[in-house]
Design a protein around this ligand. Structure first.
Ligand code: OAD
Length: 236
């Protein structure tokens, strides 16, 4: 039976595809106030600004390409049962060929009514795939309410966290790539890994995990993934 490899990714995995991360120098939260464009209060204060912010991100995604790190993760499906849990709202894992991707913070290419069933039921029945198209104030869902990004704003619950915990608990190997681990609950997921589960962390900067199970690969995602593949081949 294939070993179960669970991969948690953050903005760093898409950095080499041309996407700015959030908290690095030059990152998105230097250019925008997170409370304005990525919080639920910000949405109700100024929907137009929030829609524009995500329209820009969506347009940028259209022209972006998965990089060698996304591709390496998809190729590992040949030898492992791979589940990707991503904090990213881009679709670069899917476009690289990963078949099991759980989005913790939503998806850029999807929208839903601001007053709909999702918040109560987590049912995706009213979620609409808009691809890379912009959404403006006045674009209404079939139920008559304004369309909003299908993004988990700060101040909102993280609906997929239970599924993510289940996956991490089942992992034979846990790999974390390109996340500063500043944002909970995603940042605490590794704690659910079994005591005998090796944990690898790929990031060019030190990441705040002190855990005896961790092997750090201090490098960018593309090079770090090549190193990770070498390491697990030796250990398996
Ligand atoms: P951050 O911007 O907080 O962290 C990005 C991490 O990627 C840092 O640790 C960088 O050192 C690392 N990094 C930079 N370049 C890299 C490269 N080429 N290869 C590998 N790693 C690299 O992003 P996240 O941890 O993903 O949420 O942030 C978590 C959440 O905070 C995001 O999902 C977003 C944000 O606010 C929402 O918007 C809801």
């Amino acid at each position: 039976m294939k070993k179960h490899l669970v991969i948690l990714t953050g903005a760093g995995v898409s950095a080499e595809s041309g996407f700015a991360t959030f908290r690095d120098t030059g990152g998105l939260w230097e250019q925008y106030d997170v409370n304005d464009v990525a919080s639920i209060e910000g949405w109700y204060r100024n929907r137009k600004l929030v829609l524009e912010f995500y329209n820009q991100r969506r347009a940028q995604l259209k022209d972006a390409k998965p990089n060698a790190a996304h591709v390496a993760m998809a190729q590992l499906e040949k030898d492992y049962r791979v589940d990707v849990i991503t904090q990213n709202v881009d679709n670069l894992h899917e476009r690289a060929g990963s078949t099991r991707v759980l989005h913790l913070h939503g998806e850029l290419t999807k929208v839903r009514p601001e007053n709909g069933i999702y918040d109560r039921t987590e049912s995706e029945a009213e979620v609409i795939d808009v691809g890379y198209r912009p959404v403006i104030l006045g674009d209404l869902a079939p139920n008559g309410s304004q369309l909003r990004p299908h993004i988990v704003f700060f101040g909102e619950a993280v609906p997929n966290i239970g599924k993510a915990i289940d996956l991490v608990e089942q992992a034979d190997i846990l790999l974390i790539v390109g996340s500063s681990l500043q944002v909970y609950p995603a940042a605490g997921l590794y704690r659910y890994a079994r005591n005998d589960c090796p944990i690898y962390v790929i990031d060019p900067k030190p990441v705040p995990i002190s855990d005896p199970r961790v092997t750090f690969i201090q490098d960018v995602a593309t090079k770090g993934m090549a190193r990770f593949v070498e390491l697990v081949e030796v250990n398996d």
